[in-house]
Design a binder for this molecule. Sequence first.
Ligand code: GCU
Length: 456
Amino acid sequence: MKNKLVLSIPVALLLNLPVFGQFSKAYQDSISRYTQIDYDQMLGQLRIQRSELRPGPSGNPKDANAANSTEANVNQYTLPNALLLKNGQKVNSAKDWVEKKRPELIDGFEREIYGRLPRAIPAVRWNVVSVRDTMVGNQPIREKILKGIVDNSAYPSIRVEINMVVATPAKATNAVPLVMEFGFIRSPFNPGPIKAIGLGSSGEPAWQEQLISRGWGYAILEPSSIQADNGAGLTRGIIGLTNKGGYRKPDEWGGLRAWAWGASRALDYLATDKDVDVKRVAIEGLSRYGKAAVVAMVFEPRFSLGFIGSSGAGGVKILRRVFGEQIENLTSSGEYHWFAGNFIKYGSKLKPDDMPVDAHELVALCAPRPVFISSGSPQVEGQWVDAKGMFLGAAHAGPVYRLLGKKDLGTMEFPKLGTPLVEGDIAFRQHAGGHSTGPNWSTWIAWACKYWGECN
Ligand code: GCU
């Protein structure tokens, strides 16, 4: 039996509105209050006392408890071997990887970190709200606004309506490849032109324009319309709907998995859209949406390519590495909602070393499909995301890619800023800008051309 949240829920939560600083203090206060209630009940299920939680380091380099940003002070750690089974046997063939090791890793990531999907998730019906011919920069596009309406007949008081925009070149005559971004769409709270994360900041055309001028399309999927980005919302959104408004159990999905599930449903729609070639769809996102992008890539085999931007801790950065953001930050009440409740154990009674998996194995689970890991410059973006930790996540996935007959990063040495490592099926580039995928788009597109063609 699930406990019911008896207190009344703030209206904005009921409506699943996005939360990015545009709300009143009273609204923010109620989000924090309900987040603490949800967090406390999860701690109760895990039998963890608040006093048993280890505090995470600060993201402000000036603070006394600032996160480590000195390479010389990084700890010694041992990574789990991605090619060793739990029973000690070596994985020597692609068959053993697929049949034995992959399921072990999936089980570890689901149970301990990202959570499992519930058995029955209601269906999504996609409605095309509008279609129009318009422009993105200098490029004519056909733009469709869509709503994915989740069947809530089993629990009508929670409504989930997924927002997405799909744009393809107006002059395209065939189905085109497309990049799906976890991002922001115009809304009453986000007026004006589409301003997505990753918009070119260096004088380059916006990413949307770069894709369209190649003859490719883009989609923007709004994560907050699937699942709110806070703990208070866990009894609402798609997670709350499947629990009929009750709390999660410790191994159930968190926000990242829910956003990734939404991306799979968005792909279901794209498979029906004659303007899009569903065999050539990539997933892209930055930061928390970069984490969601790699989770989507792992759990949705139909994504052909990945563009994982500054995903940091909880994304492709090695979690055992003491540099930048740490597990204790992820398991705090501000971020635990991205994960399964079980993950909180590793910020309290258990240590990072106790985890059955680490981020290099998350990258390995994308194999054999090509994945591009992106980061900014520490001088501009800061050290919180741990660019080298993400590089190592990519580099240590190499043995799995090689076993599957694919090309690894080509080096185990952290490259100089700006160096594109794009010869392999795992790619990496640290651009000179800030917390954005923006300056890496042209490099990503050139790399994607190897796989998608149409590059003249
Ligand atoms: C915080 C958080 C990161 C996250 C980032 C973002 O900095 O600690 O894990 O990636 O927000 O999404 O912008």
